[in-house]
Design a protein around this ligand. Structure first.
Ligand code: ATP
Length: 453
């Protein structure tokens, strides 16, 4: 993991947030290659779950929402809190359940009193070796104030999940699109959680992106639809290029389910140095959310069948964190091998996810005729793919290593043969070098676009 984090910083994927001011815990900034990879993940997700299907509708709701939304959803109460303990000497705060887990205690679903009892019995101390305060609940929502006047009326929250924006727009989507059950509404967007102890790089941060679907079904059909979506979720992980051996399902035990959930599966990824932990969640949320919003808002959120019968649909929720997918993807892609007697590092990313699909180089940078031809080829590919690099730094071997390290699947090299100077039959062909094997092929410029597609 340390190697992945170092590569990500060095090569412009991920930088610590506000770095020149000493950083801001729980925030990370995406650099030029990071934003490219992140956008590719989101675009592929949208294609896979929305555009390639007939039963999905997109949405992009505002981050700031009426505070009543979070009362109706239960987020302002204890339901969206984590147990917090403080180091009584340093004031440093920790998530009590994480400290317990680190000490080998299964901590899910424990009450505050039970946590205190275990801390006392096991004589648990803070990571700095100091005593811990009693546990208390800490709400994870960020509060802010809207408008010029402070006061209870101006209080709003930064959304801690994108899901509620979907429930609140359920009626709008019904009225405007007339979808038939079962159907889903999908959204990608930022979410904010005031995590007590952000840690492990992008894994637990305070500002992150989610890709969520609320899939509306008839109650009697939830189990069949759950199985179908579960298969689709595995298909998505395949599309990301994550090995199935590195992912496992964790069926959340009944005593640990949220009170409204009848079944939840966490999909866990085997993060190097950390082990299996949540990559995405998949929950059957019954009719809890729509019912809650219907009661609190006084607006009917019922589905009306063609025969006029009405009911509140039930909901299946696949929920993915973009940052956790990004992390898993980099860990999965990070590869070291030996090539030409040297250890090399490369990112084995699928071509549709790599920041650059292809890099174009003139064999020598000081030969204007090679550079001009390389620029010509670059322009053709750039117009087609967009994410194409022009790389004429250092010698060709160094360029290959550099492109390997950032996951560029192909390097196209323009040499004297391209110009027809050495072997006339090779005029207007280029060398295409493959990242994973280092193999090289001769391809006609005219065929390059279809070859790289
Ligand atoms: P955890 O148990 O790890 O705190 P959670 O069960 O609270 O996660 P959900 O509320 O199910 O998470 O959120 C859905 C997804 O959003 C998670 O599977 C994860 O990918 C992502 N996510 C949640 N919290 C964070 C965070 N603080 N940082 C990064 N990603 C997050």
């Amino acid at each position: 993991m340390d190697k992945v984090v170092a590569l990500a910083k060095r090569r412009g994927f991920v930088f610590p947030g506000s770095e020149i001011y000493g950083g801001l815990k729980g925030t990370w900034d995406l650099g030029p290659l990071g934003v490219a990879l992140n956008n590719n993940i989101k675009r592929e997700w949208w294609r896979y779950f929305v555009e390639n299907r007939e039963d999905m509708y997109g949405l992009d709701a505002a981050i700031l929402m009426n505070a009543k939304v979070w009362e109706a959803s239960g987020h302002t109460g204890a339901g969206f809190s984590d147990p917090l303990v403080e180091d009584v000497k340093t004031g440093e705060r920790y998530r009590a359940d994480h400290l317990l887990k680190d000490a080998g205690v299964e901590a899910d679903g424990l009450s505050l009193a039970e946590i205190d009892e275990i801390i006392t019995d096991k004589k648990l101390l803070s990571p700095n070796g100091n005593p811990l305060s009693p546990a208390r609940q800490f709400n994870l929502m960020f509060e802010t104030t809207i408008g010029a006047t402070a006061g209870p009326d101006g209080k709003v929250y930064l959304r801690p999940e994108t899901a509620q924006g979907i429930f609140v727009n359920f009626k709008n989507v019904m009225d405007s699109m007339s979808p038939k059950l079962p159907f889903g509404i999908a959204q990608i967007g930022k979410a904010f959680r005031n995590e007590i102890a952000p840690r492990e790089w992008l894994f637990r941060v305070r500002e992150f992106e989610q890709m969520e679907i609320e899939y509306f079904v008839k109650e009697a059909e939830w189990e069949g639809e759950f199985e179908k979506l579960r298969t689709d979720i595995w298909g998505w992980f395949d599309h990301l290029g994550l090995k199935r051996d590195n992912i496992k399902e964790y069926d959340v035990p009944e005593n640990d389910l949220a009170h409204y959930s009848k079944r939840t599966i966490d999909f866990e990824y085997n993060f190097p140095g950390k082990g299996f932990d949540e990559l995405a969640g998949f929950a059957y949320r019954t009719d809890h959310d729509l019912k809650g919003h219907m009661t609190h808002s006084g607006t009917s959120l019922e589905y009306i069948e063609p025969d006029g019968s009405r009911f509140i649909p039930h909901v299946l929720e696949p929920s993915f964190g973009v940052g956790r997918a990004f992390t898993a993807l980099l860990c999965e892609a990070y590869t070291e091998d030996e090539m030409g007697g040297e250890i090399r590092t490369y990112l084995k990313l699928p071509s549709y996810l790599a920041p650059y699909r292809v890099a174009v180089s003139p064999l020598l940078k000081n030969k204007p005729e090679l550079v001009a031809k390389a620029r010509e080829v670059f322009a053709i590919l750039k117009k087609q793919f967009g994410n194409v690099a022009f790389d004429d730094n250092g010698n060709i071997g160094k360029r290959y290593r550099r492109q390997d390290e950032i996951g560029t699947p192909y390097c196209v090299v323009i040499d004297f043969e391209t110009l027809g100077q050495e072997k006339p039959e090779l005029k207007d062909t280029v060398t295409v070098r493959h990242r994973d094997t280092g193999e090289q092929e001769r391809i006609a410029i005219l065929e390059l676009v279809s070859y790289l597609k």
